[in-house]
Design a protein around this ligand. Structure first.
Ligand code: ADP
Ligand code: MG
Length: 253
């Protein structure tokens, strides 16, 4: 009897200790990546700013139309690179800091604009469905840039899931039970239950060049906006991400 009690206590002790150790390792790893992301972003941003300045100077010197067009493309691309860097800082600091009014309709359109070249490249058609009245503008609260990043991350995953055979990426926007819902569905490779469970864990990726950070960032952004993400997926059939956010205001034009 005594032996059983002692060994139970010992076993519980070992289990607690090992789970504490596991959590410690996880948070250490996370912290390291946060620092790395922040410092790399910082280092890369400076040369980008310098290049942009010189590009603008060159732009003033150029007289041909073609030359001006090329410089303008280069400037846009530099801006995009800077945006991407800025977005990666989100990972270092996922907490929502600003509280802005966000027009969800506009953000979805903007995200589609950003992602459509990738969709075209992969033979993916993007279909946007806005239920209720077309004029209805859904408003919510949060940080616009981060919300934008979250939408892009999820759409990008949808497109990447259809890489080999193409398909349709559907984006539904509608209101339900006092929340605004955004469903982003693809017809891609889908996920097993085990993969769904691991979704949102840092470094979980099944892609050769994946970071395994996109979903983690997205989950934390939506959580910061008091929203939820629900996933349903079937291997080889497709995946649907359903975001629910508090509606802050319904505006009609
Ligand atoms: P990454 O895209 O860099 O791999 P993410 O955090 O964005 O990292 O996604 C993690 C993993 O979740 C992906 O590697 C993939 O296995 C899975 N996943 C995410 N979205 C989808 C999707 N729409 N369809 C199938 N698998 C997905
Ligand atoms: Mg991704």
């Amino acid at each position: 009897m005594f032996g059983i009690i002692i060994s139970t206590i010992l076993w519980e002790g070992i289990r607690t200790y090992s789970s504490i150790l596991q959590n410690l390792i996880k948070s250490e790893k996370l912290q390291m990546v946060s620092h790395l992301a922040a410092s790399i972003s910082h280092e890369v941003r400076n040369p980008l700013t310098v290049s942009r300045g010189f590009m603008q100077l060159i732009s003033a010197e150029i007289s041909t139309e073609k030359g001006k067009e090329f410089v303008s493309i280069a400037l846009k691309e530099l801006d995009r690179a800077t945006d991407i860097i800025n977005d990666y800082l989100t990972f270092a600091k996922p907490a929502i800091e600003k509280n802005e009014k966000i027009n969800i309709n506009e953000e979805i359109l903007q995200a589609i604009n950003v992602i459509s070249p990738l969709a075209t490249m992969n033979g993916v058609e993007i279909e946007q469905i806005i239920k209720d009245s077309e004029q209805k503008q859904y408003m919510t609260n949060g940080e616009r840039k981060k919300f934008q990043q979250c939408l892009i991350n999820i759409m990008k995953n949808g497109i990447e899931a259809m890489k080999s055979k193409g398909g349709k990426l559907q984006i539904h926007l509608y209101s339900s039970q006092g929340t605004v819902k955004i469903d982003i569905s693809d017809q891609g490779v889908g996920m097993s239950q085990e993969q769904i469970n691991r979704l949102g864990q840092p470094y979980f990726t099944t892609k050769e060049k994946g970071t395994g950070l996109g979903m983690m960032v997205s989950y934390s952004i939506i959580k910061g906006m008091n929203g939820t993400i629900h996933v349903s997926s079937e291997p080889r059939k497709g995946t649907s991400f359903s975001l629910a956010l508090p509606v802050f205001l319904l505006q009609k034009d």
